[in-house]
Design a protein around this ligand. Structure first.
Ligand SMILES: Cc1cc2nc3c(=O)[nH]c(=O)nc-3n(C[C@H](O)[C@H](O)[C@H](O)COP(=O)(O)OP(=O)(O)OC[C@H]3O[C@@H](n4cnc5c(N)ncnc54)[C@H](O)[C@@H]3O)c2cc1C
Length: 292
């Protein structure tokens, strides 16, 4: 099976060859200043033209904001199905089967896409990239970009607050709950996140209290996250919180109540006061990451 990669953006032509390290036999590059920001119509047209030209059997996209926007646009134009937020992909008797969460993560379902190509978006951090040794030496094909007619004008991307990375894409999340005691105390979580290169999340109790914005909320009525590491600080582990973070690779819980439900599903538990444990963790992580 031949693997093709599509790279869309501005100033990325020199990076195209690097995709050979991750298995690409052919890299198609659409490189133009107009493509610097994700534009739903431009990106869709480029991906669609390429898909029609090379007729892939499977199209994989990341389940990031732009991937989740692009996948259904492609599916509708190609009259096929799309499985979103996939956690696992398999070929069963030549059938493409994707495993994805449903009902806010309470169950995992197996989806068989009818139609060709099969389109799937993959949860960030679930499928990690692996370098091939030796790397492939892909053919790089430049795509001509002729902007299609559009009624959209993308002027800028404005991130909410100072956060650079969305929770759904972060590989390390430090989340705080009611046990943080107030909005100012999140500073210690920000410090730890800063040292570890993570972002801060929150439970609904702290969002409802007005301590954190709703964009930070993890759970049934917030975001579904899948980081490599999720550190829950002063969070009890209610089912509605759990469904939003249970697909984290490693869950660490810090709670002063040894009976807190979160210890029932955390990989590591620290029974203690967040105001003692977090600063100690930040000190150790600072040493570990070699920061001052
Ligand atoms: C329809 C519906 C949707 C919901 N959606 C969501 C959702 O999306 N996300 C979500 O999170 N919740 C959601 N909830 C709310 C959920 O049921 C819980 O109420 C909420 O998750 C509790 O938040 P918490 O764990 O921060 O607070 P609590 O349950 O009050 O837990 C606080 C924890 O902090 C510990 N603690 C206190 N002080 C300290 C300290 N100094 N050091 C260490 N530990 C300490 C306590 O022991 C306790 O376990 C939803 C509820 C409903 C009904």
């Amino acid at each position: 099976m031949e693997e093709h990669a599509l790279a869309i953006g501005s100033g990325l032509a020199s990076l195209a060859k690097d995709l050979g390290k991750y298995g690409a036999d052919v890299v198609h590059v659409a490189d133009s200043p107009e493509l610097e920001l994700f534009h739903p119509d431009y990106y869709r047209q480029i991906a669609l033209d390429l898909a029609r030209k090379i007729s892939p059997s499977i199209i994989l996209l990341p389940a990031t904001s732009s991937g989740k926007d692009l996948a259904p646009r492609l599916a509708i134009h190609m009259n096929t199905g799309v499985a979103t937020e996939c956690l696992q992909l398999e070929l069963q008797n030549d059938e493409f089967v994707a495993t994805r969460p449903a009902y806010a993560g309470k169950v995992l379902i197996k989806v068989n896409i009818k139609g060709t190509p099969k389109i799937a978006t993959l949860r960030p951090n679930v499928f990690t990239s692996r370098e091939l040794s030796p790397p492939k030496n892909p053919n790089v094909e430049r795509l001509q970009f002729n902007s299609p007619a559009t009624r959209m004008n993308v002027k800028d991307f404005v991130s909410h607050g100072s956060r650079k990375l969305d929770l759904t894409e972060a590989s390390i999340i430090i989340s705080g709950g009611r046990g943080m005691g107030g909005p100012d105390n999140y500073k210690i979580l920000e410090e730890l996140a800063n040292v570890m290169g993570g972002v801060v999340g929150a439970s609904r109790a702290s969002v409802d209290a007005g301590w954190r914005p709703h964009s930070d909320q993890v759970g049934q009525t917030g975001k579904t996250v899948s980081p490599t590491l999720y550190i829950a600080c002063g969070i009890s582990g209610a089912i509605q919180h759990r469904v939003g973070m249970i697909n984290s690779k490693i869950i660490v819980a810090i709670n002063k109540d040894p009976e807190a439900p979160i210890f029932g599903f955390a990989d590591y538990g620290i029974v203690g006061d967040v105001f003692e444990v977090i600063p100690a963790l930040t000190r150790e992580m600072t040493k570990f990451y070699g920061k001052n």
